[in-house]
Write a protein that binds this ligand. Structure first.
Ligand code: SAM
Length: 273
């Protein structure tokens, strides 16, 4: 049964507040699964089951799928769209509100990949929820607003380079795998999208103080047009002279802005604290 027919047959009413823009194009669904690199050995966590179109494609490749959804009005839809898939468990819980232990009690302790066509307003909290946790996530393949996608993979000294770019770089590497026009969704949102894959490397920068580096990054981008000296002065309670000394000791110009610093620069700067 086609997705629109399932939605009609079950009189499903879209909840805009939950970012419900569904995908039914088979080529796109298969493309997302290919981009995620899922193999028959993989446990996959999907966030946002929706009508289950992506879920079905993931389950056709993966070993086991745990798909999290918050809208229980989708239950009748799933009865039509997801029945008979035996390597799938749909869980009506908000992953953002679950503790790691609760999550592990469902998904297990082993490695897993995240795949999601996300409601855009939870993109950043969701990425951070997985990157900052002790959970065994190896990659996240997520549909995001195109401009957010550019931010996730940006280079220093560009308008898109931001705190989230560095948050990703601290723990892995992001790539835009495809752009997706708004007309590929039902109903169509107001913006175009991109699929981004973040490969997670939990050992990256092992031994470095990531919490401090993160704090430096947040401080640097708090007021991105200000110099780093001014931002460090505001967030770390350093005098401007002390802040300038730390920048110089890290091999940086004392008038530099945070948006010009590479990850390596932030790591070097953290050594001065
Ligand atoms: N995966 C489906 C697809 O590709 O067609 C649905 C995508 S839709 C953009 C996002 C889905 O996430 C919606 O079904 C919405 O109800 C669900 N959702 C919203 N907030 C959520 C949350 N915090 N946790 C899990 N699912 C959520």
């Amino acid at each position: 049964m086609k997705m629109k027919d399932v939605l009609q047959a079950t009189s499903f009413r879209f909840n805009k507040a939950l970012g419900q823009n569904f995908i039914s194009d088979t080529n796109l669904l298969k493309g997302i699964v290919t981009d995620s690199g899922i193999t028959p050995d993989d446990v996959v966590v999907e966030i946002g089951t929706g009508a289950g179109t992506l879920t079905r494609q993931i389950a056709s490749v993966a070993k086991q799928v745990y798909s999290f959804e918050v809208d229980q009005n989708l239950i009748p839809v799933h009865e039509l769209s997801l029945s008979g898939i035996d390597n799938l468990q749909v869980i009506f819980r908000d992953v953002l509100k679950m503790k790691d232990d609760e999550f592990k009690s469902i998904v297990g302790e082993g490695e897993f990949k995240v795949v999601a066509n996300l409601p855009y307003y939870i993109t950043t909290p969701l990425i951070m929820r997985f990157l900052e946790s002790d959970l065994n996530v190896t990659s996240l393949t997520i549909m995001v607003q195109e401009e957010v996608g550019r931010r996730l993979v940006a280079k220093p000294n560009t308008a898109d380079y931001s705190a989230i770019t560095l948050a990703v770089l601290l723990r892995g590497e992001g790539t835009i795998t495809r752009k997706v026009g708004r007309n590929m969704f039902y109903p169509a949102p107001n913006v175009d999208s991109a699929v981004v894959r973040i490969d997670v490397d939990k050992d990256k920068l092992a031994g470095e103080n990531k919490a401090l580096i993160h704090k430096l990054v947040r401080s640097a981008f708090l007021m991105r047009r200000k110099t780093l000296v001014n931002n460090l002065n505001a967030s770390f309670g350093l005098s401007k002279t002390e802040a300038a000394e730390k920048l110089i000791a890290a091999g940086l110009d004392e008038r530099v802005r945070g948006e010009a610093l590479s990850l390596e620069d932030y790591v070097n700067l953290s050594h001065q604290f």
